[in-house]
Design a protein around this ligand. Structure first.
Ligand SMILES: [Zn+2]
Length: 88
């Protein structure tokens, strides 16, 4: 097995142990609610380009997948936010 694959599997096991995958899961119902509440636009810039449901407080930082902690972002705002959440 390639080294990277071993590291990936270790990371995946650690995530599962921390319950992160479970907290990251957004149900279809919550996704629908958040999309409906957004009015069809990104929470940051209002764009309707490739909208994605995002965790306001990232799961890695303790956020959950309840509607209170979800927002709709376009693809470019979401990727910018992900870099920031990762500390870059
Ligand atoms: Zn945006």
């Amino acid at each position: 097995m390639p080294r990277d694959m071993e590291r990936f599997n270790a990371w995946r096991r650690a995530r599962r142990a921390a319950g992160i995958d479970k907290r990251a899961y957004v149900s279809a119902e919550n996704r629908r609610l958040v999309m409906a509440a957004s009015g069809g636009g990104c929470s940051y810039c209002g764009s309707s380009d490739e909208l994605q449901v995002d965790h306001v407080v990232s799961v890695r930082l303790g956020g959950n997948s309840e509607p209170d902690n979800l927002q709709v972002l376009c693809k470019s705002c979401n990727s910018r936010k992900n870099w920031r959440d990762a500390g870059w």
